[in-house]
Design a protein around this ligand. Structure first.
Ligand code: ZN
Ligand code: ZN
Length: 87
């Protein structure tokens, strides 16, 4: 178990492995609540809500664009149908 030491403190023996990045962490760096290292993945965990929000915003834009395109297509089909039926 020579290599199984904290990634931040090379003197400290690792008590656990980070659930997210898999790095060995000592009891000071390990967060039992999240099962992750405090320094990296604790911060990453807080910051990960931002990209998710951005992605969901992008999805909202895509969905609204699709809705607009679908509405236009429906309108076009209705107009074409009316033109065809008028002949
Ligand atoms: Zn980690
Ligand atoms: Zn440590």
């Amino acid at each position: 178990m020579e290599d199984f030491r904290c990634m931040n403190h090379s003197q400290e023996p690792a008590v656990a492995q980070c659930r997210r990045c898999g790095k060995p962490v000592c009891e000071h760096c390990y967060d039992p609540e999240t099962g992750c290292c405090r320094d990296r993945c604790g911060v990453m965990n807080n910051g990960s809500s931002m990209p998710y929000k951005q992605r969901s915003t992008a999805w909202t834009i895509v969905v609204s664009l699709l809705a607009i395109v679908g509405g236009l297509a429906l309108l076009l089909i209705t107009i074409c149908g009316a033109l065809i039926f008028s002949y």
